[in-house]
Ligand binder design. Structure first.
Ligand code: NAP
Ligand code: GDD
Length: 337
């Protein structure tokens, strides 16, 4: 019998890649989808199995991370071996506009889920999607021993989720781990995160659909990796004998400006003709530089990244160019694999 996993945030970038990975490994995957007035399953439609399918290995459930009772009921029904808590209000800039909501969904919900595991009597292993944003103002390189100094309500919420996970491990002997992932991107990245905003604009400018790209701070430094490789690290963390916390990163730094240059150059465009500054995209407090040291993941999980920032920008530009071409041709827009 294969294992059973429950994935919160299955409709998101990471959730969709993780569901594919687990299905390929023979898991039965249960995903939580929150109710929306418009379709929010675009990233998983290609693996969806309808309720009438003869043998379902991918099952979706309506629930919400803010509904603790629904979580308990779901855990009693699904009885997962592994839980991946990827659901969150994950946008840092938005967390300044909706700080209490972000605190609830991104922070308190991690505790809600851990408590639901306890209340349901589940022995499931739990992965918590922690973030390099927790390091905030702490100077790079950052690793598992770097003190946290969050710079946003989102970062504060993730610190809460991190410590709740450590506490449930220590207090109840739960197998609960934190993956402290640095920024990771893909053609499935949400359109308002900076990499995707840039690559989507490149494709639209190239096609004559857009003539300006407004951005905020071009000097911010990030360590950008490729999302499909990062979900492999999540899975590896739950296969170890003992639970522990791991940084996942490439160790390579680039500024937003460098990402812009690479993405525009890949489409033979001169970025300075199109990119303009808008202070609207600045944050009240910025995280200047995140560069991860993932030696522990390399040594203990045998995990290492292969796609680096320049290759990543090219993968994303190519995918957006294909997507714009599909749109212009009136064809069904494919989610890039
Ligand atoms: P994402 O694309 O924004 O996906 C977030 C997911 O959470 C979506 O499925 C979303 O549903 C769901 N969600 C939001 N509010 C919810 C609620 N109240 N109840 C249930 N589900 C809810 O994020 P991602 O990039 O895949 O990231 C996955 C996780 O890793 C997040 O926790 C994020 O904070 C964390 N993380 C991400 C990165 C990164 O660079 N990508 C780095 C470190 C940590 P809808 O589709 O309906 O919106
Ligand atoms: N989104 C956005 N839009 N960011 C911009 C823009 C813009 O127009 N212009 C400049 N930036 C800068 C931001 O100020 C930030 O320094 C950097 O680009 C990256 O911003 P995002 O892509 O929004 O990502 P993030 O680093 O704030 O957060 C992402 O990574 C975290 C891990 O470090 C998110 O995925 C978080 O969920 C994740 O935890």
């Amino acid at each position: 019998m294969g294992k059973t996993a429950l994935v919160t945030g299955v409709t998101g970038q990471d959730g969709s890649y993780l569901a594919e990975l687990l299905l390929a490994k023979g898991y039965t995957v249960h995903g939580i989808v929150r109710r929306s007035s418009t379709f929010n399953t675009e990233r998983i439609d290609h693996i969806y199995q309808g309720p009438q399918a003869s043998r379902r290995t991918f099952v979706l459930h309506h629930a919400d991370l803010t509904d603790g009772v629904a979580l308990v009921n779901l855990l009693r029904e699904v009885r997962p071996d592994e839980i991946y808590n990827l659901g969150a209000q994950s946008h840092v800039r938005v967390s300044f506009d909706a700080p209490l909501y972000t605190g609830d969904v991104t922070g308190l919900s991690a505790l809600r889920l851990l408590e639901a595991v306890r209340a349901s009597g589940s022995g499931a292993r739990v992965y918590q999607a922690s973030s390099s944003e927790m390091f905030g103002a702490a100077p790079p390189p950052q690793n598992e021993r770097t003190p946290f100094h969050p710079r946003s309500p989102y970062g504060c919420a993730k610190v809460f989720g991190y410590w709740a996970t450590v506490n449930y491990r220590e207090a109840y002997g739960m197998y609960a781990v934190n993956g402290i992932l640095f920024n990771h991107e893909s053609p499935r990245r949400g359109e308002t995160f900076v990499t995707r905003k840039i690559t989507r604009a490149v494709a639209r400018i190239k096609a004559g659909l857009q003539d300006r790209l407004y951005l905020g701070n071009l000097d911010a430094v990030r360590d950008w990796g490729y999302a499909p490789e990062y979900v492999e690290a999540m899975w590896r963390m739950l296969q170890r004998d003992e639970p522990d916390d791991y940084v996942v990163a490439t160790g390579e730094a680039a500024t937003v400006r460098q990402f812009v240059e690479t993405a525009f150059a890949h489409a033979d465009l001169d970025w300075s003709r199109y990119v303009r500054y808008d202070p609207k995209y600045e944050r009240p407090s910025e995280v200047d530089a995140l560069i991860g040291d993932a030696s522990k993941a390399r040594e203990l999980l045998g995990w290492q990244p292969h796609v680096r920032v320049a290759g990543l920008a090219e993968i994303m530009v190519d995918a957006d160019i294909r997507q714009v071409a599909d749109q212009l041709a009136g064809a069904t827009v494919r989610i890039d694999r």
